[in-house]
Design a protein around this ligand. Structure first.
Ligand code: HEC
Ligand code: HEC
Ligand code: HEC
Ligand code: HEC
Length: 368
């Protein structure tokens, strides 16, 4: 059983939580080899290593090294024996797939050229194994280039492409196999091997769609249900760390559109400011559901009747007028609202998130 890489989820904490479970059950499936995809480093190298150790995940990569030491971060290749045939499993990552971790913009890792790497490692593997399988996390174009330029790959499992190969495809002497993402399909290849030299003579490919027609395995279905419940608890616990205990149940946020009619000029200034787009910044980071980001990138998150994911409170996205001035239902004209707004800045523009903050220069940029 082989996987072409990118097992891990997107770069946010909810996905990371689900990824732990995915790694646990993937470990139980008993894979023989998993190629390294750039997404497998989404939560950093330490997390990947923790998963490998805890769940016995047979990750391999021949071209991703620690930039400082130059050492490979994973085993260079794996050897597995099936029915007396020795398979060598080797994986390379394409250089155009950027490694970006959730915590650091610089991963400290370097991706070596796949062609040079394979030209070096393949002859050494040949001495040990009968059949060489490339777990190529390369994308379409680069897979073709690599296979053409490096001779001696018997089978190439294509990762990163999300492609479906339903029938046999052979380029030069290499057999290509691919099954798309998210565990929607399982591919199976039956190899007919010449037992005098271990060479693959013929191959039969079958791709099964794991849709409703395929019944859930009862024990696994139970585990998935159990996990889903614990995931809900996890999300609730995270939300509970930011209780909605400020303000008053009697007051409401009306939304900035309700101010527009009477405060046209202010509205115009507001829509020019980045406050009116603040939620898209966290969405762009895949963090629009994280309480620890929503806190400052929406309106009134810690307040009663403030921003929440459910309607109508989800309309309070972005840093709207009332994030600074307070509940619209309290509309005051005695100067209280101005003072309140002046004091509001530093609740969000704290040292950590806005180190350059200075009231005079910042107000100048959003004044109305
Ligand atoms: C305590 C309030 C606060 C929290 C919590 C917070 N931010 Fe921010 N964030 C700000 C402020 C204020 C700025 C503007 C900083 C500046 O320009 O001085 C900002 C700016 C940003 C920007 C830059 C916007 C741009 O494109 O220029 C991004 C991206 C961002 N935050 C993402 C996040 C993410 C992701 C989280 C959660 C992990 C988060 N923020 C949590 C207050 C916060
Ligand atoms: C980022 C915080 C912030 C946001 C968002 C914001 N304001 Fe203000 N607003 C202030 C501050 C601070 C002042 C007071 C400035 C001063 O006079 O020192 C102010 C002043 C005002 C004033 C008085 C202007 C005057 O000259 O007397 C009005 C009216 C007003 N805001 C309406 C709005 C409306 C309507 C919106 C939304 C379209 C809005 N504000 C969005 C912070 C904000
Ligand atoms: C029906 C018209 C109307 C609506 C709607 C309205 N305002 Fe006002 N607002 C006024 C008037 C009138 C004043 C006083 C004259 C002025 O300063 O412009 C005022 C004053 C203010 C002031 C200055 C307060 C002070 O103490 O000087 C702020 C801040 C303000 N409005 C914010 C808002 C915000 C935020 C909203 C939307 C939630 C809003 N207003 C909606 C009419 C309105
Ligand atoms: C509810 C939280 C919150 C409050 C209150 C708040 N801000 Fe912000 N502010 C943000 C966030 C978040 C951003 C980043 C917006 C984005 O995602 O691009 C930001 C961005 C800005 C920027 C743009 C920075 C840049 O260089 O592009 C200015 C200027 C600014 N705020 C001024 C103020 C001032 C002045 C106040 C107080 C009157 C204030 N803000 C109150 C959250 C807040």
């Amino acid at each position: 059983m082989l996987d072409g890489g990118d097992l891990m989820g997107k770069r946010n904490k909810n996905d990371q939580h689900q990824t732990r479970f995915l790694c646990e059950v993937t470990g139980d499936f008993g894979y023989d080899g998993i190629g390294l995809g750039e997404a497998d480093l989404n939560y950093g190298l330490d997390f990947l290593k923790e998963m490998i150790q805890k769940y016995d995940l047979p990750y391999t990569s021949a071209n991703v090294v620690d930039r400082k030491t130059g050492e490979l971060i994973l085993p260079e290749y794996l050897v597995v024996e099936k029915n007396g045939i020795k398979f060598g499993l080797v994986s390379v990552l394409g250089t155009r797939h950027k490694i970006i971790t959730m915590t650091n913009t610089d991963s400290g890792l370097e991706v070596k050229d796949p062609v040079t790497t394979l030209r070096d490692v393949l002859p050494r593997m040949r001495k040990e194994v009968d059949t060489i399988v490339l777990l190529g996390h390369l994308g379409q174009g680069d897979t073709d280039t690599v296979v053409r330029e490096v001779k001696g790959i018997d089978i190439c499992i294509m990762g990163h492409t999300h492609r479906i190969l339903k029938s046999e495809r052979i380029v030069e002497d290499t057999i290509f196999l691919a099954a798309p993402h998210e565990g929607r399909y399982a591919g199976r290849a039956d190899l007919f091997i010449d037992d005098t030299n271990g060479k693959v003579m013929a191959v039969e490919v079958e791709l099964t769609s794991l849709d409703e027609a395929v019944e859930d395995e009862p024990e696994m279905a139970l585990r998935v249900e159990g996990y889903k419940a614990s995931f809900e608890e996890y999300k609730l616990a995270k939300r509970a760390a930011f209780p909605r205990d400020l303000g008053s149940e009697k007051e409401s946020y009306l939304g900035s559109r309700s101010c527009k009619g009477c405060h046209e000029d202010t509205w115009a200034a507001y829509t020019e400011s980045s406050h009116s787009n603040a939620t898209s910044s966290i969405r762009a980071k895949g963090q629009a559901k994280e309480p620890e980001c929503i806190l400052c990138h929406t309106t009134g998150y810690r307040y009663k009747n403030g921003y929440a994911e459910e309607r109508p409170f989800n309309q309070l996205s972005n840093v709207q007028c009332e994030a600074c001035h307070g509940y619209g239902t309290e509309h005051a004209r005695d100067g209280k609202w101005l003072a309140q707004a002046q004091d509001s800045c530093v609740t969000c523009h704290d040292k950590e998130n806005s180190p350059e903050f200075d009231y005079a220069t910042y107000w100048e940029k959003i004044k109305h």
